[in-house]
Design a protein around this ligand. Sequence first.
Ligand code: 1HN
Length: 277
Amino acid sequence: MSEQLGMLEELPLDYRDEMQKAGIAPLWPMMRKVLPHGKPDPVTKPSYWNFNDLRPLLLRAGELTPVEKAERRVLVMSDQGRGTGAMQATSSIYIGMQLLLPGETAPAHRHTPSAARIIVEGKGGYTVVDGEKLPMNRGDLVLTPGGDWHDHGHEGDEPMIWLDALDLPLFVYLEGSYAEEADLQAQRNRPDSAMVEYLSAGLKPSKRGRAAVRRYPMMRFPWDRTEAALREMAKYTDGPAELDYINPETGEDVLPTMGFTAMMIRPGETVSPPLSS
Ligand code: 1HN
């Protein structure tokens, strides 16, 4: 059944006026817009951003805008379906590239959206999440769950560049997006939990005599481990090797709104990952 639904113009003018005054609208002329027939009708377009184009622009932002004037020095990847200036890459996901120069700090704040970072370039950077100092090494996946205080620092001598992914558009849509600001956090004087409690896959601290488990117990997934695991798995796998990042206490995706998978594709291989929910 796909007959045409009635249009607004078919309704008498006085009726349309009365409806407008009453603050109401008929559903049927808009029905297919909010409920497309048979399949979704996304605004989001496949988009491509080239790091070699983006990198010099990001480094120039480092010269033009001191971090104190930016809070976070980021260039945002705009969905081509929404056009220039769009603060989102898809309906629900924001991604951007952030630059922190040697000696700089980005002040603490916390917000309702969650963030995850993938480190692209540089050494000596770190982020502090809820008092835990998380080193940023190339390829690491670093989490900042919604509501956790976080600030960034840089003890190295070359620019740090990383990719930020946030569920920000979702929170904007829900009208629940906001932040609070503070000074830099005190850092606990110990390595992060990836180096202590969750050093080895398949092992977690015993339940016996233990304080409550944190909701996000592991907030850094070191790339050296992920890469070693992918390479080993690829030896015995036809097609691409794929590993899901999980919360080691629950086995669930690392964040409620965002999951991450590392994939190794051999030269010449092509893959079309299926849509999943
Ligand atoms: C944010 O807090 C960070 O903490 C990066 O590094 C990017 C984009 C939008 C809103 C908050 C960060 C962000 C952000």
